[in-house]
Design a protein around this ligand. Structure first.
Ligand code: SPD
Length: 430
């Protein structure tokens, strides 16, 4: 070869936009393109941009493969650079063409033409005696792929291995299970984190225990959503519960959790559970008046099928379906991330249950954007869940069950709202 390297500049057009926006699929294709050409992969870094597009590079012992995608133009710009004769970059090109389902144009340049550059007798001052990686151990790629849950202005990202454990597009949404480095496996719906192995207890324990401790002997419970199973797992810690009916719209969520999140989905075989795959909104509409002690709404954010879980009609139907003295608790979004939804939901509940019968809790949701999340409760009666509970029982319960987040002190503390949240909800005393 009369040059140091071969550089192919590729224009991939008319690609599959979905693939061009899928950071995991792109990272996999780029790494495999390098390996197929016989390159030794050292490292890869890929990032998904807001609102769409992916950039990344695969560093190979023989140089690099780089990409930037514009899914909205069905276009990707790709650089394939190899040094020496051992790797043919056109093999990587062929691989990527198929992976992106692309049309193409490409140009090969010789880089470092030996007719214009000359070797010197450069000797570095220090020479590394150990290789930077051990070829004997084989494939040693250090992947850097991120999952990002975001709106236009804020985001939470988790670095994950790049391996996709579950990925299905259902009639309702995209359901995925991925494995993060910091929080274990996690369930994602569309591009939102639903729960991670490491911190799911924060959400599920707070969803269930403050209200269960306050109601004291809730026996007949309805759960809307909650397909991962974390909420029912917490409910079944109470022996006095007679029956839990759970209505989840998307069977794939249940399946994904059973297959990959065994600790979260452990209660699906409980004999007191009736699992219905169906529309929870319609179920509540058709429910017998006064049937339930407690309704738990463990839905996703108000996009797609969960939209109807944020409406006046839905909570009016919940109230009808509750016994006197019963309560509904719902995931109430974030005062820092979804301010409008958080406030509107609160107004909606107050309009139905009455101003003094609606109570808001805040807890640390470390893998939801902003890290600050709420649960909102409507009570059909005068019970105040922050006050009307037995602290000694809560203490005994949380330690006997080995809970990770909820305890007797946190119970009342979770209802103490920061001043800016009180102002949002017009709950300031003066
Ligand atoms: N932005 C995330 C809101 C998620 C609420 N539900 C999560 C389901 C966990 N059981």
């Amino acid at each position: 070869m009369k040059a140091l390297g071969r550089h192919i500049l590729v224009e991939f057009n008319s690609c599959n936009s979905e693939i061009l926006n899928d950071v995991s699929a792109i990272e996999k294709a780029m790494v495999e393109a390098a390996q197929t050409a016989g390159a030794t992969v050292i490292n890869s870094t890929f990032h998904h941009f807001s609102p769409w597009g992916v950039s990344g590079v695969v560093v190979i012992q023989e140089s690099h493969l780089a990409i930037h995608t514009w899914p909205e133009y069905r276009y990707a710009s790709v650089d394939l650079f190899t040094c020496g004769d051992s790797v043919d970059p056109w093999v990587s090109f062929e691989f990527l063409k198929k992976a992106f389902q692309a049309n193409y144009s490409a140009l090969e340049l010789n880089r470092g033409s030996l007719s214009v550059i000359e070797k010197t007798d450069f000797k570095p001052n220090t020479i590394r005696t150990e290789p930077s990686f051990d070829l004997k151990k084989g494939y040693q790629i250090d992947r850097n792929v991120w999952f990002t849950d975001k709106d236009e202005n804020q985001a939470l990202s988790l670095r994950y291995t790049g391996d996709v454990l579950f990925d299905e597009k259902t009639p309702y949404q995209r359901v995925r299970v991925l494995e993060s480095f910091s929080h274990g496996k996690f369930l994602a719906i569309n591009n939102m984190v639903m729960c991670t192995e490491r911190d799911e207890a924060h959400y599920h324990e707070m969803m269930v225990h403050p209200i269960m401790q306050s109601l004291g002997d809730a026996k007949n419970i309805l759960v809307i959503g909650g397909g991962d199973g974390g909420t029912i797992r917490e409910i079944f810690r109470y022996d006095h519960v007679n029956k839990v009916t759970m209505v989840e719209i998307d069977e794939a969520v249940v399946r994904a959790s059973k297959e990959h999140l065994p600790k979260i989905s452990a209660a699906f075989s409980h004999p007191k559970l009736e699992l219905i795959i169906g529309d929870g909104i319609q179920f509540v509409k058709d429910a017998k008046p006064g049937a339930y002690d407690l309704i738990i709404v463990d839905g996703s954010d108000p996009i797609g099928p969960a939209k109807g879980l944020f409406t006046t009609e839905f909570y009016e139907n919940c109230k009808k379906a509750l016994k006197d003295g019963g309560a509904v608790i719902t995931q109430g979004e974030s005062p820092m991330f979804h301010e409008t939804t958080f406030v509107e939901l609160n107004k909606c509940l107050k309009g139905i249950f009455g101003k003094d019968q609606v109570h808001t809790m805040i807890f640390h949701a470390t893998t939801y954007p902003s890290g600050m999340w709420s649960l909102q409760i409507g009570v059909k009666g005068s019970r105040h869940p922050a006050v009307d509970f037995d602290k000694n029982k809560a203490q005994a319960f949380s330690s006997a069950k080995g809970l990770r987040y909820y305890n007797e002190d946190l119970h009342a503390a979770a209802f103490a709202l920061p001043t800016f949240v009180k102002s949002m909800l017009a709950e300031n005393k003066n």
